[in-house]
Design a protein around this ligand. Structure first.
Ligand code: DPN
Ligand code: CA
Ligand code: ZN
Length: 328
């Protein structure tokens, strides 16, 4: 197929003004990340909702709904060509699962990792918390595969178990790494709640975080700014899965659309939505279903995941002849 494309390009190129043909074969700027279709992300949320409905109404650690969630994500990634590993751990007398997925290729000494927790609380399906981050990460990972992306650095994804019980899965994962393995991870970017119905556009603040975190913060902010969305820094502290990575000295970042916090009137001016109301009124409640999602927030945060991973991993600069209308 590629040869045909090249042939078409050559034919098309010969029809182009001479200037293009004589243009130096310099690489165009690094590949921009694609716009991730939010409908694809919503399809994963529907699958997770159906899993919860079929398994007692939740996707919590130690319950059938969690294992079914992990199997869903793993199945999609295996089919797409990822190298997946299920890491098991015990907690509260139940088996927990982390899913680690490596995209083959890229410099193994420079790992760019992104993750989010896949477990819900026991009282509900956890579609925003954290089906939203999990589904966004999954669709970005599938897009990497669809494009057969060949980034300079190695891409790794993680879906964590038992976050709701105290960041258990991600902590067990980081603790399982040798010091050398940890030093290869140049960034960990966390996505925990990205579709809150009364959304915020928070970016994890790098202050007080390991050196290198500010580059991640700036990349995330730039992703939103490119969409005309203003962001606010937030200090998530020990409330999500980046914490274990930060403790290990690994640069971290992340985005967050808000939980039980109340949207201010200034924020409502900036972001829309309702001042004086929680960002997510169904946080940790049974009403955290597929109807508890702002599609706009889900779309924007997911596109920023893609922007950030393409940027941090050094998606290849496109060779000039690989496309017809490249910026010269
Ligand atoms: N840690 C999230 C949860 O699963 O409850 C909520 C949260 C995420 C709170 C990020 C603060 C910051
Ligand atoms: Ca999108
Ligand atoms: Zn939660």
């Amino acid at each position: 197929m590629k040869r045909l494309r090249h042939a078409l390009v050559l034919v098309a190129a010969s029809a182009l003004p001479i200037a293009v043909l004589s243009a130096p074969a310099t690489a165009a700027p690094a590949l921009a990340a694609p716009d991730i279709p939010v409908a694809n992300v919503q399809a994963h949320l529907t699958a997770l909702q159906n899993i919860a409905t079929a398994n007692g109404g939740n996707r919590a650690h130690g319950r059938a709904g969690y294992k079914a969630s992990i199997d869903y994500v793993k199945g999609k990634l295996d089919a797409a060509g990822y190298q997946t590993q299920l890491h098991t751990f015990s907690y509260n007398g139940a088996t927990g699962y982390n899913l680690i997925a490596d995209w083959p290729g890229g410099d193994p000494n420079q790992v760019i990792m992104a993750g989010g927790h896949l477990d819900s609380v026991t009282v509900g399906p956890g579609i925003n918390d954290n089906g939203s981050g999990s589904a966004g990460l999954l669709e970005v990972a599938l897009t990497v595969a669809k494009q057969n992306l060949q980034p300079q650095k190695h891409l790794r994804f993680g879906w964590w178990g038992a976050e709701e019980l105290g960041l258990i899965g991600s902590t067990r994962y980081v603790n399982s790494l040798t010091t050398a393995q940890r030093s290869l991870i140049k960034a960990y970017v966390n996505f925990d709640m990205t579709g809150s119905p009364n959304p915020a556009y928070f970016v994890y603040s790098s202050s007080g975080q390991p050196t290198g975190s500010s580059a991640i913060e700036n990349t995330l902010k730039a992703g939103f700014q490119a969409k005309g969305v203003a962001t606010e820094p937030t200090n998530v502290g020990g409330r999500s899965d980046h914490a274990a990575f930060a403790r290990a000295g690994i640069p971290i970042g992340g985005t967050f659309s808000g939980a039980e916090g109340i949207k201010t009137s200034a924020q409502a001016q900036k972001w829309g939505g309702t001042a004086g109301q929680a960002y997510d009124r169904c946080y940790h409640r049974s009403c955290d279903t597929t109807s508890n999602i702002s599609v706009t927030s889900l779309d924007r945060h997911t596109d920023v995941i893609a922007h950030t991973l393409w940027s941090l991993s050094g998606a290849p600069a496109r060779a000039a002849l690989d496309c017809v209308r490249c910026p010269i």
